[in-house]
Design a protein around this ligand. Structure first.
Ligand code: GDP
Ligand code: GDP
Length: 457
């Protein structure tokens, strides 16, 4: 499970600014996905080799004041669930009574937390924090979120308070962003998948879409052999099984296996748990409720799947009990609204009756294979050359952007690194064009593809 960090504090202390700083590298990846409503409150960040989830609890935009504004219900939930709480205060304002109330609240909850004194730019850090010593908090950090100053050190030091065992087993293999070279990280990914019990499949979806029913259905199949796993308390449950000779690990965010009695069966839906599951999976099965159609929360989850670059299978559940006209209507509505994830197979299933469930595995296997497939340099370069010949990149300042060769940069999602000059000038539309061409030529069903540019200028 990824460590999660909740940002709390009264309005205007700089929570969103810090959130953006911490999740910046990920933002760029989703910026050009049109038609997608994103949940701005949860994001993934990375510090060196450690990934984490960051939660901006400052989603209150109304005119609430003081403690009410800072402590909206969702903040309380986030504080309860997060591994690390950062209480932000504003160095320019000095110590404010609401800050003190927040400290008191966190102490009442017996929550460990770190004090982050923001907006120290233009002042002496020692002076800036001196006001806040009165709070008696051992862990204090001075930062200027909008300048990125002190942010890295602060995050590194708070992450150190969390045991490394929290980590996603592929955290390291996954960080080719910083110039990883062909193949190396990727090979590792595959070995690990085998060591860790085959394809990791996360079943995610908002409450009541039928996750538990689907997990039970899958595990109840005769063709499935389930290996016992020790139960955990608040994480997703990882269930190893073999189906038709292939090993899988099901990441069950509904926690079916852990339930011992009815009372335990009432699980709180947790965004953090879901994001961790997505991050840890090779393939995500996103369940939506066919009888209710798509809602915002489905799109938010979908946004997170795309952000994480996971292979994806869409499952429209509760397809029983609909008449043919309704089915037709829902189908065309989904086709229209999900056009931006056309790489993913869509299945219409009934977890309750079992129809369509078996066919999910065909798509899961195909998506996994596509996400992990080796991509040779000469093949990628040939595809690039043909794409460029069909449709050359534009001129910039009278000079044509030159794209010379391409090689693999990682798997799950497949990354293609394109070298050339003036690559920082490649327009988004051209990048999307290349993504389409590579996806099509590599026959990548079920997985998104990422293109990164390296300039030799
Ligand atoms: P939130 O309500 O806690 O999410 O606060 P925001 O992130 O929206 O920030 C409130 C204001 O403070 C904005 O105008 C930011 O630009 C500004 N701000 C945030 N961080 C800093 C900083 O480090 N230094 C300065 N000078 N301003 C900052
Ligand atoms: P979860 O919260 O996502 O784990 O959802 P559950 O598996 O607990 O299902 C929520 C409700 O939807 C339950 O009453 C299920 O019986 C019902 N349900 C689940 N799958 C189906 C289905 O395929 N068809 C119908 N009609 N109902 C379903």
């Amino acid at each position: 499970m990824l460590p999660s960090i909740a940002l709390v504090g009264r309005p205007n202390v700089g929570k969103s600014t810090l959130f953006n700083q911490l999740t910046r590298s990920r933002d760029a990846l989703v910026a050009n996905l049109s038609g997608l409503t994103r949940d701005r409150k949860y994001g993934e960040g990375r510090s060196d080799d450690r990934a984490f989830i960051v939660i901006d609890t400052g989603g209150v935009s109304g005119d609430e004041e003081g403690i009410d504004a800072a402590m909206a219900e969702q903040s309380l939930l986030a504080i309860e669930e997060a591994d690390i709480v950062l209480l932000l205060v504003d160095a320019r304002d000095g110590l404010n009574p609401v800050d003190e109330q927040l400290v008191q609240y966190l102490r009442q909850q017996s929550r460990d937390f770190h004090l982050v004194v923001n907006k120290i730019d233009g002042r002496d850090p020692d002076v800036a924090v001196s006001d806040f010593h009165a709070l008696g908090i051992a862990s204090m950090h001075a930062i200027a979120a909008s300048h990125g100053r002190g942010v890295r050190q602060m995050i590194e030091s708070v992450l150190e308070t969390i045991p490394r065992s929290y980590e996603h087993p592929e955290a390291e293999g996954d960080s080719e962003e910083e110039g990883g070279i062909e193949g190396s990280g990727a090979e590792q990914g595959e070995d690990e998948a085998e060591d860790h019990g085959g394809t990791r499949v996360a079943i995610v979806g908002r409450p009541n879409v039928g996750k538990s029913t689907l997990v039970n259905r899958i595990l109840g199949e005769e063709r499935v052999v389930v290996y016992d796993q020790p139960g955990t308390t608040r994480d997703s449950v990882y269930i190893k099984f073999v189906r038709e000779g292939r090993p899988y690990t099901l990441i069950d965010t509904a926690g079916v296996r852990r339930r011992k009695n009815v009372r335990e069966a009432i699980e709180k839906f947790s965004i953090i748990k879901t994001l961790s599951a997505i991050s840890d999976a090779n393939v995500v099965v996103l369940l939506v409720d066919g009888q209710e159609g798509l809602v915002d929360q489905d799109l938010h989850l979908l946004g997170h799947c795309l952000e994480a670059g996971r292979a994806l299978v869409l499952a429209v559940n509760k397809w029983d009990g609909l008449d043919p006209d309704q089915k037709e209507m829902i189908r065309s509505e989904l086709d229209r609204r999900l056009r931006f994830v056309e790489f993913a197979d869509m299945h219409f299933i009934s977890a309750l009756h079992g129809s369509g469930v078996g066919t999910l595995f065909g798509s899961i296997d195909a998506a996994y294979a596509a996400a992990m497939q080796p991509m040779g340099t000469s093949r990628l370069t040939r595809i690039l050359e043909e794409a460029v010949a069909d449709h050359p990149p534009p001129l910039v300042n009278g000079r044509r952007i030159k794209l010379r060769y391409a090689h693999a940069g990682g798997r799950n999602p497949p990354r293609v690194v394109v070298h050339g000059n003036q690559t920082d000038k490649v327009p988004n539309s051209y990048q999307r064009y290349l993504e389409k061409v590579f996806s099509r030529r590599l026959e990548l069903t079920g997985t998104p593809l990422r293109i990164e540019f390296r300039s030799s200028d």
